[in-house]
Unconditional design. Structure first.
Length: 383
């Protein structure tokens, strides 16, 4: 078939084609109007608060503690939306709503089938969309055949996700508090033991005051060992708080490995062309003093690091501030989101009209002349 043949058929039968198009359009539109229920979308807009991260306000308490890895303890502007969406789409969240809003009736579910819970859960999830937009606003959109029901469900989901996150944060804070409490007791005990050992060493060895030329050496090695051990404790604490697979913890671990390598190298080879000698070249009494003094200083620094975290964990355990602030609550929409009746009608009748024109073209140009059955069928269609 050629394009000119199509054009010729359309011009020749334009009144018939136009009449058929009008009839099909009216019939299809009415079928859509009466048999396809309109759907409405309601959206609630939320903004994750600055306190949405696991550590909460801990970063403000750590400002005076140096040598932390870059970005550790800082709040990220991108909230953990994966957690929010998981809570929203969980069975524990959706099934109470299914019963409360009688969605079994709305979705026409046959409860006699054993798999009906999975069927309705899948349909309900398909009518919920939760995502973060480009402005970092978290939006929950619910689709329903009832405008008011869509708005009510969206608003209730925002309340549920907030309450569940608060529960999870309280559990996390309680776990952190218990962990840090044990660490504080352990560090305090070790600090007391180190102080006793240092006092005993000074008494038995008469090593009360170090010589001036050794003061810089002792200070350098104390600082190195203090920094290394402190970072090890910091890594252990943040691994507990953030998880071992946290990107920040992975970065911290790499920094710790580099520092450990550098300290071992200085101990073995010294520093600055003999200004700071290797450990093997330092008198034994000085080495012992460095070890005892280092332990005392290190455990004091660790306490300064852990105590703010512990106080913050106790605070977080009692705090029940909403994590997602409601910017725009959902309201009942006045305009349906589906179906777009005119577009859907045109999408249905357009291929039918094209098919009818193809049939007319084939009939008038004798493409089906050799097949009497097709000829008879076409005669009946185009009659």
């Amino acid at each position: 078939m050629k394009i000119l043949e199509f054009i010729n058929v359309i011009l020749k039968n334009k009144l018939k084609i136009f009449s058929l198009s009008i009839v099909l359009f009216l019939i299809t539109y009415l079928l859509i109007y009466f048999f396809i229920d309109p759907e409405y979308e309601a959206t609630v807009t939320l903004m994750p608060s600055e306190d949405s991260q696991q550590l909460g306000g801990v970063s403000s308490l750590l400002k005076n503690i140096g040598n932390l890895p870059m970005g550790l303890g800082a709040n990220s502007k991108i909230a953990d939306t994966g957690l929010y969406t998981t809570i929203i789409l969980s069975r524990n969240t959706l099934f109470p709503l299914i019963y409360k809003y009688n969605l079994i009736y709305d979705y026409d579910i046959d409860t006699s089938r054993t798999e009906w819970p999975d069927i309705i859960l899948k349909k309900f999830k398909n009518n919920i969309e939760a995502s973060l937009d480009k402005n970092y606003a978290y939006k929950i959109t619910v689709t329903s055949t009832s405008p008011q029901k869509a708005a009510d469900i969206a608003n209730e989901l925002s309340q549920i996700v907030n309450s569940r996150i608060i529960e999870l944060k309280i559990i996390k804070a309680k776990s952190n508090k218990e962990f840090l409490e044990k660490r504080i007791i352990d560090v305090k005990n070790k600090l007391h033991q180190s102080e006793d050992k240092m006092r005993e060493f000074q008494t038995t060895s008469n090593f009360i005051e170090i010589k001036e030329q050794l003061r810089g050496i002792v200070s350098t090695y104390n600082s190195l060992e203090n920094e290394l051990l402190t970072k090890k404790i910091q890594y252990e604490v943040f691994e507990k708080l953030n998880g071992s697979n946290s990107p920040k913890n992975i970065l911290f671990k790499e920094e710790l490995s580099v520092l450990e390598t550098n300290v071992l190298k200085i101990k073995k080879e010294g520093l600055g062309d003999g200004i700071i000698p290797a450990v093997k070249d330092i008198p034994q009494k000085t080495i012992d003093y460095i070890r005892f003094y280092r332990e005392v200083q290190t455990y004091q620094t660790i306490l300064e690091f852990i105590l703010p975290l512990y106080e913050q964990a106790k605070f977080e355990e009692q705090k029940q501030v909403p994590i997602l602030q409601i910017i725009d609550p959902a309201i009942a929409p006045t305009k349906r989101s589906f179906p777009a009746r005119i577009l859907l009608t045109l999408a249905i009748i357009f291929p039918l009209i094209i098919f009818y024109i193809v049939i007319l073209t084939g009939k008038e140009n004798g493409y089906f002349r050799n097949n009497p059955e097709i000829t008879e069928l076409l005669r009946n269609i185009t009659r």
